[in-house]
Design a protein around this ligand. Sequence first.
Ligand code: GAP
Length: 455
Amino acid sequence: MQTEKMTRVSMDTIVSLAKRRGFVYPSSEIYGGYASFWDYGPVGVELKRNIKEAWWHDIVRRRPEVVGLETSQIMHPRVWQSSGHLQNFTDPLVDCLNCKQRFRADHLSGYEEKVIAGDPAPLAEISCPNCGERGKWTEPRAFNLMFKTFVGPVEDAAAVTYLRPETAQGMFVQFANVLGSSRQKLPFGIAQVGRVFRNEITAGNFIFRLRELEQMELEYFVRPGDDDAWYAYWRDYTMEWFTGLGVDPENLRLRPHDPATLSHYSKGTTDLEYLFPFGWGELWGVANRTDFDLKAHSTGSGKDLTYFDEETKEHITPYVIEPALGVDRAFLVFLLNAYDEEPDKDGTRVVLRFHPRLAPVKVAVLPLSKKEPLATTARELRDMLSASMNAEYDETGSIGKRYRRQDEIGTPLCVTVDFQTAEDNAVTIRDRDTMEQDRVSLPDLEATIRSKLGL
Ligand code: GAP
């Protein structure tokens, strides 16, 4: 299928298309919405599932040395003590002394560069993005991003715990159990897809920065000494995965972090970044977490979290390379990348050129008219196809309007049942990208669709 496209789209256009076509709605909208929370509509949940499926397939099922895991979203509070999150999972918060607006210091233009350069007063020359006042700031305060909650009926200090801000810790605290039951040898990985929560200070940019989100994380355990090579492998893989699913490489780049800005657990981090409508932003972070986490949990729990190396007959603490990707951010990238507009006889055709693996609906079956036997034949074809792919039936509106709707949700193929179908036992398949139409006999329909979609 053709995937080239020319359009760069604004965030407003994407937000409005997402709502109109049922990809993403503002959370609690009838109450005025809720900042940094969004809901996925009927088409959006299909796209989101396909993204998670593609990741799970490529990272877990295709690799014999990677196994899956699903841990609870609320864990023992000591997990967050040992992991360092209680102390270090913070953002620097500053208030403008003039207009009282609150910002993340590291989001103010020029701040990070000054910190990296060792400037003792990095805020002195920085102007407030809201009122323009220069250098009038409170001292940065560390703000912890974890949502606090209570477990059980008594709301006292002993009952406090946190909603997990990353899935990663589940993999570390279950390391020994997974090793025991899966008999993996180094290098091996544990993968998890799940919901996480972060009390982000700055809201906005649609689903780019959420307070409730999903992550797809891999913890890839390796021998110390092999870590640099595996770090490079997974760093490069992030780029391959997105381009393999049709994302324009021009809009992707790998950005290594400056050592002065690394997270508390990291020896090295590189972000795969995407050129969003508001500028370059992190999409997929790859970190060399060394043996920090396993050692921290071993010390915190008093349990042995080592690996017995059959070759050297020694107990070692593996290093871990972590590619961590946000499902929602990947969703936004695939949506932005897919968006295209082109002139057509009615004005402008809007089309989402999703890779067939990701397209929410794979095929739409459309009777040219609601009259019989066209409608029944079309319904029967949809039922037959839906056994193996997401297939939709639509009979409302003119055929042109129905094609447009399918283009706008990125359906790669439309099958049209027309008045000739009863005579020649054939239907027309229309390609979303080329708009070419092929006549296909009904016995060949499913195989032809599968081959066109590359399934
Ligand atoms: N375990 C490591 C970790 O959580 P991270 O860079 O904080 O690393 C990984 O998060 C990925 O999760 C990011 O690259 C991004 O795709 C996604 N992510 C993080 N915070 C997010 C937020 N507030 N909203 C949406 N996605 C977010």
